[in-house]
Each structure stands twice: as C-alpha cells, then as structure tokens.
Design a protein around this ligand. Structure first.
Ligand SMILES: [Cu+2]
Length: 128
C-alpha cells in the first residue's frame, strides 16, 4: 500500500493539471470575439451567467440584427436576475437553460450593459 502512494500522488497531480489547462468557456481574454457568431444574418453574442457574467466584456459589430444568448447552468445566485436597461429588459432567467434577448440593431459606439438586479455583477457589450 505504501509503495503505491507516490504513484497515487502523481496521478492526482496529473488530474489537477489537466483541469487547470482546460480552457474555461467564454473567458478567453486573448480573443474577445470568441463568444460572437453571425448566423443567417443574425449576430449572436453569448454570455454565461453564474456567480457573475462571463465574459465581462464582449465586442460586436454594429448594424446587424443582434440577439444576446444568456446561458445559465445551475444558476441560483442573483446573476439570474438580469437587467439590460438599454433594451428595457428585466427578467429572472431559468436556473439552467438559454435565454434569447433581442438587442435590436446596435449602433456603432453603443455600449450595452447588463447587470444583476442588485447591481453587484455586470457585463458590457461594446459595439464597433
Ligand atoms: Cu446581484
């Protein structure tokens, strides 16, 4: 039993390093457009809501009909109570699922800001 202990430790270390290296969806700082996709003339920007919003900053292109997709996954904190003032949106998101919010056709220079209803978490979508 004692003989196996170093190998168990090596195994645990390997597992931990694999988890650290798995890229976390949507938090990539290097590529700010990774969460923006244009499909059949509609621009979709995806934000994950759970203990805050990720990514915190997104950049979209002006002049394209745009929908915000907010993904929740076991979200029981107040980031599920979403407010986007510029489009008059205020709603409770389901604990798990995807919610599509129409952002209209954003204008260049616009900043679309989302917050939780208490204002402690926020994200911003810049329009270029
Ligand atoms: Cu809050």
């Amino acid at each position: 039993m004692k003989k196996n202990l170093p190998w168990i430790l090596v195994g645990i270390l390997a597992l931990v390093s694999v988890f650290i290296m798995i890229p976390k969806n949507g938090v990539s700082v290097e590529n700010p457009v990774a969460n923006v996709v244009v499909s059949e003339g509609v621009q979709y920007v995806t934000i994950n809501a759970r203990g805050g919003y990720r990514p915190r900053t997104s950049t979209i292109t002006w002049g394209i009909p745009t929908k915000l997709v907010v993904k929740t996954n076991g979200t029981y904190d107040c980031s599920s109570a979403l407010v986007i003032r510029s489009v008059n949106y205020r709603s409770s998101l389901p604990a798990s699922g995807e919610t599509e919010i129409d952002l209209g056709i954003p204008k260049t220079g616009e900043k679309i800001q989302g917050t939780c209803s208490m204002g402690m978490y926020n994200f911003v979508i810049n329009v270029n």
